[in-house]
Design a protein around this ligand. Structure first.
Ligand SMILES: *[C@@H]1O[C@H](CO)[C@@H](O)[C@H](O)[C@H]1NC(C)=O
Ligand SMILES: *[C@@H]1O[C@H](CO)[C@@H](O)[C@H](O)[C@H]1NC(C)=O
Ligand SMILES: *[C@@H]1O[C@H](CO)[C@@H](O)[C@H](O)[C@H]1NC(C)=O
Ligand SMILES: *[C@@H]1O[C@H](CO)[C@@H](O)[C@H](O)[C@H]1NC(C)=O
Ligand SMILES: *[C@@H]1O[C@H](CO)[C@@H](O)[C@H](O)[C@H]1NC(C)=O
Length: 611
């Protein structure tokens, strides 16, 4: 099962979704090396892809976020609120963040206090954050989230009050902080109770666009689920989460968001590479948001411990709140829910692949039921194209290598099905298994669409799969930079391609060293030049809107972190700003070398799970 969905692409003519290629099944129509293990990559919405930055303030019709709200008419939303910027909330005390709905919906842990324990028969435990030692500093803030989601005037974030609210030192009026009980499969094995070990859910916020968002602090101290942890997060990992979740949003990938990053003077001991070298770092807290923080592991723990009534209750809550198209009286509603998660998880992972994102820890507790990217830990963006790219030092076996993510998704969906089994009839279980079988082809179809769009291809031609696989194979052989190869293909004119004029195009320069480059180039040029109703400029513009020029490369984050640890947050701010328009060439980014060949010191940088 585990190897079945490495999405190799069949090189023979096939009009529909590419089928899985076996080592022996490859039939090659062109006399060259065999493209056996071309792992194909991908992203979100191929031909119809619009970068999120172009639509971020539209009414919530985003199909990826199954919010209740998408059903409310824009008209109702507008009449409730005056959307003028001057009407933003100026005083954080007026922010109404409430856990009422969650507390009323579910039983809450009867035991109080943050001591570590096994918890049963509940979804949440009440847990008060532990304030960080001051002085506190605001290291970064996302105006887009603060104003666009929280309706707060960004000036509020400069206040002393905000520092306390956003780091757990003070509680908003109606907030009853909760820690969520969940379990999960880690690296393939059931790990039992996990839960929010250093995160506190502050409550839900119903914003003026009519959306409901859940606010969470990360790094805010111990909870009943802290196991052996200290409940803290360090600056290093918090900067990475803040920057990457915001960057992913602007790349158009469904994700949790980050509102602010607050750093403290609280000493936190970490052995970053688990080699006995313990260092004192400093504590930080990210205020992060998602429409929901429920995970596959949220359901698993209930099924595993036989709490089936509660399992049903949680499923009903999640479907009612977040899957408005599922009717609560539908006898097949859990099946429909499963079908939706299978589809959207396949789509999400395809989007990760399209931007070269490796999550790093695809355990079931890190996989959202809403199929958004959550839990940014030892993630990485692939630089040189390599399907075996593993961002995390803790993953020796490469279980979660970039090319294995689709498999990890399938494994996690199997576990989700396992958790749903107690509430499905025999017949529904059978159907669910069939649906799960369809995952591979959903993923591959998406990958195919996305990579076609990344190459600017319109329509469908027989050799498209071959063209894509051929390119990726050359990239692998020449270790071309993933992001910049696609970007530079978007920026060259067909004349330049024809003449192989790659002045300043370092990634294409690398690629063109491949002995079969000319063959591919001729195929590509004839494919794009033969497109009806298309111009070279249109092709370039389409491609520039799907192939980012800037991603959060490890070395970029590392450099910003070094400065942040010295209380210089300028580079965090610069990166945050630049990565908010990743498809647009920006002077400051060019000066900083963010689209240039990575510096030598960047080679071999690794990230660990320690955070
Ligand atoms: C919205 O509020 C602003 C500032 O308070 C005011 O000037 C404007 O007239 C209001 N617009 C509507 C449609 O009520
Ligand atoms: C699958 O998910 C994608 C992404 O959210 C969505 O656009 C598409 O309509 C879904 N397909 C089905 C059949 O629901
Ligand atoms: C992912 O899952 C593991 C356990 O399965 C957990 O320890 C970790 O905190 C989660 N998040 C990240 C970012 O790794
Ligand atoms: C190569 O392309 C650049 C534009 O990027 C152009 O300025 C230059 O003249 C071209 N060189 C040749 C030899 O065609
Ligand atoms: C050609 O493209 C234009 C603009 O993209 C579109 O409006 C028109 O319908 C297209 N025509 C054909 C024949 O596809």
């Amino acid at each position: 099962m585990l190897t079945c969905c490495v999405s190799s692409i069949r090189v023979t003519a096939s009009t529909e979704a590419p089928s899985v290629l076996t080592e022996s099944g490859a039939s090659m129509s062109v006399d060259m090396w065999s493209i056996h293990r071309v792992v194909v990559f991908a992203l979100a919405a191929a031909s119809s892809f619009t970068p999120v930055y172009a639509q971020e303030f539209s009414q919530s019709t985003d199909p990826d976020c199954h919010s209740h709200d998408s059903q409310r008419s824009p008209h109702t939303v507008k009449s409730r609120w005056n959307m003028s910027v001057s009407n933003l909330i100026q005083d954080p005390d007026q922010l109404r963040v409430s856990c009422k709905k969650l507390i009323e919906a579910f039983p809450v842990d009867e035991v109080d206090g943050n001591f570590v324990r096994t918890v049963k028969n509940c979804i949440f435990s009440k847990s008060i954050p532990t304030p960080l030692k001051g002085p506190l500093r605001l290291a970064a803030v996302s105006k887009d989230v603060i104003e666009g989601i929280l309706d707060l005037h960004v000036a509020v974030t400069q206040s002393e009050d905000f520092l306390h609210y956003a780091s757990g030192g003070r509680l908003l009026l109606e907030s009853v902080p909760l820690a969520h009980r969940y379990g999960g499969h880690q690296f393939g094995y059931w790990a039992g109770q996990l839960g929010d070990g250093r995160a506190h859910l502050l409550g839900q916020y119903y914003n003026r666009k009519g959306e409901t968002w859940e606010l969470q602090l990360k790094g805010s101290g111990k909870t009943p689920y802290s196991r052996s942890g200290d409940g803290r997060a360090v600056i290093r990992s918090s900067v990475r989460e803040f920057l990457c979740s915001e960057a992913m949003h602007f790349l158009g990938v469904p994700t949790s968001r980050a509102a602010s990053l607050i750093v403290s003077e609280e000493p936190v001991l970490r052995d970053q590479f688990y080699n006995g070298n313990v260092k004192t770092e400093r504590g930080a807290v990210v205020l992060r948001l998602a429409k929901s923080w429920f995970r596959i592991g949220s359901l698993e723990i209930l099924a595993q411990s036989g709490e089936i009534d509660l399992l049903r209750k949680l499923l009903n809550f999640v479907t009612d709140e977040h899957f408005p198209s599922i009717s609560s009286s539908d006898p097949d509603k859990y099946l429909v829910f499963f079908t939706t998660v299978v589809n959207e998880t396949a789509h999400l992972i395809a989007q990760w692949m399209s931007v070269g994102f490796a999550h790093g820890v695809c355990n079931t507790d890190n996989f959202s039921l809403l199929s958004i990217t959550i839990d940014y830990g030892p993630f990485g963006f692939m630089e040189s194209y390599n399907p075996n790219f593993v961002p995390s030092t803790s993953d020796d076996e490469g279980r979660y290598s970039i090319g294995a993510q689709a498999n990890a998704g399938l494994f996690n969906l199997e576990k989700l099905l396992g958790a749903l089994t107690p509430v499905l009839t025999q017949k529904q279980q059978k159907v669910a298994k069939m649906i799960l079988k369809g995952y591979v082809s959903i993923y591959q179809t998406r990958i195919h669409q996305i990579f076609k769009a990344k190459l600017g291809l319109l329509g469908e031609e027989e050799e498209d799969n071959y063209l894509i696989a051929f390119l990726l194979k050359m990239m692998e052989d020449t270790q071309s930079d993933f992001t910049m190869t696609f970007r530079q293909l978007s920026e060259v004119s067909d004349m330049q391609l024809q003449n192989r004029n790659f002045t300043q195009m370092w990634a294409l320069d690398d690629l063109s060293l491949h002995k079969h480059f000319s063959e591919w180039l001729n195929m590509y040029l004839s494919r794009v030049n033969g497109q009806q109703n298309d111009t070279d400029l249109d092709r370039q513009n389409r491609m520039k809107n799907i192939n980012p020029r800037y991603v959060l490369r490890n070395w970029m984050a590392e450099s910003a972190i070094k400065k942040a640890e010295m209380n210089d947050f300028s580079e965090v701010e610069l990166l945050h700003h630049i990565l908010s328009s990743p498809f647009v060439t920006q002077e400051t980014a060019e000066e900083a070398g963010y689209a240039a060949r990575p510096p030598l010191w960047a080679q071999g940088l690794k990230v660990s799970c320690s955070s």
